[in-house]
Structure formats: structure tokens, C-alpha cells
Design a binder for this molecule. Structure first.
Ligand code: HDD
Length: 686
């Protein structure tokens, strides 16, 4: 238990024999009455001298701090990073020494919405990791997509202004389907590669536990001999990648605003700890020079087929925050926080970030002492001569507040000194590389290729994924009102793939516009399977949730067997019934359900089973909620297992037999998959 928690919950116990500690003001004065303010007479006015009331309301009035300008909506967890491979050939950082365990705090987020927005809009997800290493804090502040919208930090305020709710009308919240975003995107062809990812199911993760993470930029690593390498960081979820589909994501917003936050919290609380592997793509200048793209350009990735990902560690999230505000809200990530052995590249997007985060923390947390907050403080010794400032929490001892000093010669404590051997030395010093030139507001030549990798991404997707991308473009652009925007975007898409552009134009009912001139002709790149979700999904029940619909006369044995079978595979079974508190099973026992049918729609499940008697199935086939429950599970391409008696409900919901519609025997196996082949029979995709 840390000091803050003791201060909050410890203290003197009640004198009248109760176990509760005494409630006090912030000044430690015991409170006699927390129900009534002090009044002049029974029906008289409230008195200003009531310091208990004044202090309580004053503090309440100041509870909120400015939310993050981007990534305001987030969920966090504590965990541990374990180095699993000897990586000293590349990096000298202590956290990578094989077997080393480093505490971490991770915050996942959406980008565009405010702090109170929903968890499942179409949006990029932040994946920020703070490593409390023995050599200081290292923050790897990435996303679940390996590229970014823009190439230079100077465009970030424009991008974010365009993406967030519009300036005059303050909508839409948490979504890019509006004029200003697509106006900006269509005028900035460098966004095209990221748009392809954003319009794919990558922006609809099924769970925060089932998405990849990326450091995006090329960073530099240095080993003990001073040898430098470039690196790209990858987080690979042990549960595989899994996304929802658009209709499901929309309905999830209605079903559960906190879908991802709850999923993360419950998984950790139940001991089903989410895990990722940390992988690296390590390369040198020679490799960098040989590529048809610039490795300093954050709109480009390095295909894993060209440079395999080497796994060097495991991340496990194993403890929920004790307090959302103190930890998840106050955590302050800064890409500029690096440890010896890790350094930056000259990526102009990264360079701008090095300024922005420190600056934003001062504005958000109100003081340059934000590093003293428990969630931000390093877990290794920290000593310097920085002093004072708002909310100074430490009490430095002695006279030494400057350096050099000779106070120790007079018998006093002279304080800490520099340590070149352990200190962080910039990578280019280590290599002696010269990085200077004329002052220019330019980008290097290869940055001008905006389409080769967008095309590679498109060609790497399977036909279902391509249909989702084309349909998302069509959906988002259908929300755009200004006539010049959609044709301009489609004109850009012609540089990615003519078929894609045609499909989007057709879906919008627009004539195909003239192809936009490319500032640099795209080159052909081999498709990469690593870029596809469908090619990388793992058939697992672990981490997934199965909904079991029961009603009166459900077979008690079948129910128990199914719950056990799901649990044996690491899945979570959740029983749903029309009446939550009282379902009479076939053996006469009363079963309490985990959720009522009306409040537990099937979109929160990965697969559903219908354990119904003939009579119940007949009854439920006349209930809209039950029919919708099954219809949505089918429409969202999920496995449906059913007793033969449940057939009337399946029929009413329009369920047609396919590989994902099974009897109870085949259900657990079927539940490990999604049935994308079903989709073309259900809805028109672009
Ligand atoms: Fe950023 C927050 C990720 C470019 C400026 N960013 C923020 C967070 C993530 C990212 C995950 C939330 C951290 C948390 O959970 O507290 N940002 C990225 C990635 C980028 C990127 C992956 C490109 C590769 N960001 C970027 C640029 C700038 C910023 C170019 C400014 C020039 N980002 C910020 C910020 C935020 C932030 C305004 C808002 C809250 C915060 O920093 O702490 O400073």
C-alpha cells in the first residue's frame, strides 16, 4: 500500500466502537456531521462559517483538469515487461537484459473523442507504455497502426482540428465521418496510407487485448560498444488480432459505452492477464538506403517479410489501477523520455513530438512538478538541483541547489554529480555522424511517394477486408456535405487502386473523377500477409465471451456441460435469460442469469448458443428482443450453436445454415472463428 492510500484510508478509528476510521477535513479535523450544512436555525440560512461545507464544495469544484487534446478517452493498467532474449548485441539498456522484469503502466485510448466518449467508434487506438526501468523512465507512445497520417509535426494541429468535432457546431463527437476531416485528408495525399488502415477493421478492435501496437517511428538503439542500429517496435497480442465489424461496432456503442474499458478491467480482475510480445525490426543505414521509401517517414512501414520481427520480451498487464484519476488520468507520457541505449531518429514527426508532450503535461497537470506524481515518478533514484515550482511535493535538504559546488569539502552534502559512464549520450555522438546542413523547410525526396505503401496495404488484404475498406470510405464520404470533397478523395484513391476508387465512386453514386496527379509515381511493392487481420487471427476461445440464451425448461445438464466446455478452453460463458433472477431449468432448479435479455444484446459476445426448450423457443420467436439477439449474432458473423428445439427462433431471425451455425456438439470449436464468408449474403458492401 503506498503512502497516498494510507493517507486516504488510515487514521484514527471511531471512538464509539465502530471499525470505521474517523472522517476528517483536509486539515485533519474530525467531522461530526456529513449530512447537514450548518444553518442559522432549523429553517434558517446556511452559514458561511461552515468550513466543512466550504472545503468539501471547494474541492469538488476543482476536481476536473483539462482533458488531453487528443487521446482523451483512455483506459490503463499496471503490468510487467520481461526481457526474454539477449538483445545486448543491439542495445545496452538494462531493461533488455534477458530475464529482467520492469514494472510498466499502459494506457490505451481512442484519439478523437472526449474523455466521456464511447469506446467503440471507428478510430485509431493509442498504445502508450511507461517502463519504470532501473535506469529511469522510458515511454513508448505508440498506436495500434504502424503508420501515421502526416509526415511532419507542424501539420499535427491541423490534422487534429480537422478530425475532432467541428469548431462551430461541436459535432460529431469521436468520429471522422464529417466534412472537415475529409476536406483536410483529401487535400493532403500523404494521409492516404493511414486512411487505408483507418478505413479497415483495425480501427474497430474487438478488445484492447486483441490489437497490435507500434512505436511507428524509426528509433535508434546503441549497444555497449557504441554501435548504433535503427529499430521499429511492435507489440503482438498473444490472443491474436481480432476486430468487430462496422454494424457491430455501431450497436456496441448503444449496448455498452465502456465496452473496451470493462473488457480490460474484467479480464485483469479475473486473472486472465492480457499479454503481448515486444518485437523489433532492427536495421542499419545500408538497409535504410536500399528501400524505396525513407525510414524517417512515419507514413511508411517496413514490411515484416523484408525484415522479420525479432521477439525480445513479453508484456503482461496484471493489476487494475486503484484510482482512475490518480493513475490513468494523471499519467503523463513523453516520447522524449528515453533511457541510455535508446535514442531518437530524425523523423520530423518524432522530433516535433519531443516538444509537444512535455508542454502539454504542464498545461494538463498544472505544474512542472508533474513528474513527482506517483504514477509518473521514476522507480529508480532521482536527484538533481531543480527546485521549487507549484505543488512541490519533496522537501530537499541542505544548502546545495546548484552545481558545481564544493559544499562537501566543508562537510556538507554537495548533492549529486554527472556520470558520463551511465548517462544518456545521443546516438550521433556515439557514431560521430554529422547531422547538419543548410536551414531548409523541406522534406527528403522519397517522402513525396504517398501511394506505394497504400497500394501494398490494399493488395495485402483478403477480399472481405477489401470490401470493408471500400465500404468504410463510402460510408464516411456519404456523411460529407460539401460537394468538392468526395471526388477529390476518390481522385487520390485512383493512385492506390483503380478498382477501389471505382467501388467507392459507385457506392456513392458519383462519376469516377479524373485521377489526381501523384507528386511521385508509386512503385510496386510485394503484398505483405502481416498487414491483414484475417490472415493473422488465432482460432481461440481464450479471452473471448460466449453468450448462452436460456429460458424456462432449458436442459440443466446441457447448460452445465456447455459452461464447462467454454471455461475449459479459456473462454468466458455468460448466461442470458428473459428474466434475470428466475429461470426454472429442466431439473426444477432455479438459475440466476448473468444478464437479462433486454440489457445484454448479443453484440457483446463472440459467439452465442441457444439452449431452449421447444416451448420457450416458440415464445421467444414472438419476442423482438430475442429475435434481434439472434439476428445480430448472425449478422455480425458469429458462431451460433443451438438445440434442435430452438429452430423456430433461428427461423424467425433469418438464420441460414452455414459452417458457423451448428448443433451444441460442434459449437465450442465453431465459436473460435468468425464467418466472413457469410457476409456477402447479408449486406451490400462496396
Ligand atoms: Fe501524440 C497524446 C500517440 C503524434 C501530440 N499521442 C498521445 C497519446 C498517444 C499518442 C498514444 C496518448 C498518451 C496517453 O495515453 O496519455 N501521437 C501518437 C503517435 C503519434 C503522435 C503514435 C505519431 C506517430 N502527437 C503526435 C504529434 C504531436 C502529438 C506529431 C504534436 C506535435 N499527443 C500529442 C499531445 C498529447 C498526445 C498533444 C495529448 C495528451 C498528451 O500528449 O499527453 O502532446
Amino acid at each position: 500500500m503506498n503512502e497516498e492510500r494510507q493517507a486516504g484510508s488510515g487514521g484514527e478509528t471511531h471512538q464509539q466502537g465502530s471499525d470505521y476510521p474517523v472522517l476528517t477535513t483536509n486539515q485533519g479535523i474530525a467531522i461530526a456531521d456529513n449530512q447537514n450544512s450548518l444553518k442559522g436555525g432549523e429553517r434558517g440560512p446556511t452559514l458561511l462559517e461552515d468550513f466543512v461545507l466550504r472545503e468539501k464544495i471547494f474541492h469538488f469544484d476543482h476536481e476536473r483538469i483539462p482533458e488531453r487534446i487528443v487521446h482523451a478517452r483512455g483506459s490503463g493498467a499496471h503490468g510487467v515487461f520481461t526481457a526474454t532474449d539477449d538483445f545486448s548485441d543491439v542495445c545496452k539498456a538494462a531493461l533488455f537484459k534477458s530475464g529482467t522484469e520492469t514494472p510498466v503502466f499502459v494506457r490505451f485510448s481512442t484519439v478523437a473523442g472526449g474523455a466521456g466518449s464511447v469506446d467503440t467508434p471507428r478510430d485509431v487506438r493509442g498504445f502508450a507504455v511507461k517502463f519504470y526501468t532501473s535506469e529511469g523512465n522510458w515511454d513508448l507512445v505508440g498506436n495500434n497502426i504502424p503508420v501515421f497520417f502526416i509526415q511532419d509535426a507542424i501539420k499535427f494541429p491541423d490534422l487534429i482540428h480537422a478530425a475532432k468535432m467541428e469548431a462551430d457546431r461541436a459535432y460529431p463527437q469521436a468520429g471522422t465521418a464529417h466534412d472537415t476531416f475529409w476536406d483536410f485528408a483529401s487535400l493532403m495525399p500523404e494521409t492516404t496510407h493511414m486512411l487505408m488502415w483507418a478505413m479497415s477493421d483495425r480501427t474497430l478492435p474487438r478488445s484492447l487485448r486483441m490489437m497490435e501496437g507500434f512505436g511507428i517511428h524509426s528509433f535508434r538503439l546503441i549497444n555497449a560498444e557504441g554501435k548504433e542500429s535503427f529499430v521499429k517496435f511492435h507489440w503482438k497480442p498473444k490472443l491474436g488480432i481480432q476486430s468487430t465489424i462496422w454494424d457491430e461496432a455501431l450497436k456496441l456503442q448503444a449496448a455498452d459505452n465502456d465496452y473496451h474499458r470493462r473488457d480490460l478491467y474484467e479480464a485483469i480482475a479475473s486473472g486472465d492477464y492480457p499479454e503481448w510480445e515486444l518485437g523489433v525490426q532492427v536495421f542499419d543505414e545500408e538497409f535504410a538506403r536500399a528501400q524505396p521509401y525513407d525510414v524517417l517517414d512515419s507514413t511508411k512501414l517496413i514490411p515484416e517479410e523484408d525484415l522479420p520481427v525479432r521477439v525480445i520480451g513479453t508484456l503482461q498487464l496484471n493489476r487494475n489501477p486503484d484510482n482512475f484519476f490518480a493513475e490513468t488520468e494523471q499519467v503523463a507520457f513523453c516520447p522524449g523520455n528515453v533511457v541510455p541505449g535508446v535514442d531518437f531518429s530524425n523523423d520530423p514527426l518524432l522530433q516535433g513530438r519531443l516538444f509537444s508532450y512535455l508542454d502539454t503535461q504542464k498545461s494538463r497537470l498544472g505544474t512542472a512538478n508533474f513528474h513527482q506524481l506517483p504514477i509518473n515518478a521514476p522507480r529508480c533514484p532521482m536527484m538533481n538541483f531543480q527546485r521549487d515550482g507549484q505543488m512541490q511535493m519533496t522537501v530537499p535538504q541542505g544548502r546545495a541547489n546548484y552545481e558545481p559546488n564544493s559544499l562537501s569539502q566543508g562537510g556538507e552534502d554537495g548533492g549529486p554529480r554527472e556520470c558520463p559512464a551511465r548517462g544518456h549520450s545521443p546516438a550521433n555522438l556515439a557514431s560521430g555522424e554529422r547531422e547538419s546542413g543548410p536551414k531548409l523547410r523541406v522534406r527528403s525526396e522519397l517522402f513525396a511517394d504517398h501511394y506505394s505503401q497504400a497500394r501494398m496495404f490494399w493488395l495485402s488484404q483478403d477480399p472481405h477486408e477489401q470490401a470493408h475498406i471500400a465500404s468504410s470510405f463510402a460510408f464516411e464520404l456519404s456523411k460529407v456535405e460539401m460537394p468538392q470533397i468526395a471526388p477529390r478523395l476518390v481522385a487520390n484513391l485512383r493512385n492506390v487502386d483503380e478498382g477501389l476508387a471505382q467501388r467507392v465512386a459507385n457506392a456513392l453514386g458519383l462519376p469516377l473523377p479524373e485521377k489526381a496527379p501523384a507528386s511521385r509515381e508509386p512503385v510496386d511493392m510485394e503484398p505483405s500477409d502481416a498487414l491483414s487481420i484475417h490472415k493473422n487471427m488465432k482460432p481461440l476461445l481464450k479471452g473471448r465471451q460466449v453468450g448462452i440464451l436460456i429460458a424456462d425448461e432449458t436442459d440443466a445438464n446441457q447448460l452445465q456441460q456447455l459452461v464447462d466446455a467454454v471455461g475449459a478452453e479459456g473462454g468466458k460463458a455468460m448466461i442470458v435469460a428473459p428474466r434475470i433472477h428466475a429461470t426454472k431449468l429442466s431439473d426444477g432448479t432455479m438459475q440466476k442469469a448473468d444478464g437479462g435479455l433486454l440489457g445484454t444484446p448479443s453484440q457483446i459476445f463472440d459467439a452465442v448458443a441457444l439452449l431452449l426448450s421447444a416451448e420457450s423457443a416458440q415464445l421467444l420467436a414472438r419476442q423482438g428482443a430475442a429475435v434481434q439477439w439472434v439476428m445480430d449474432a448472425f449478422g455480425h458473423l458469429k458462431a451460433i450453436g443451438a438445440t434442435p428445439e430452438a429452430q423456430p427462433l433461428l427461423d424467425k431471425a433469418g438464420v441460414e445454415k452455414d459452417a458457423g451455425v451448428t448443433d451444441l456438439d460442434g459449437f465450442v470449436e465453431a465459436a473460435k472463428h468468425r464467418y466472413y464468408d457469410r457476409e456477402p449474403t447479408l449486406r451490400m458492401l462496396a
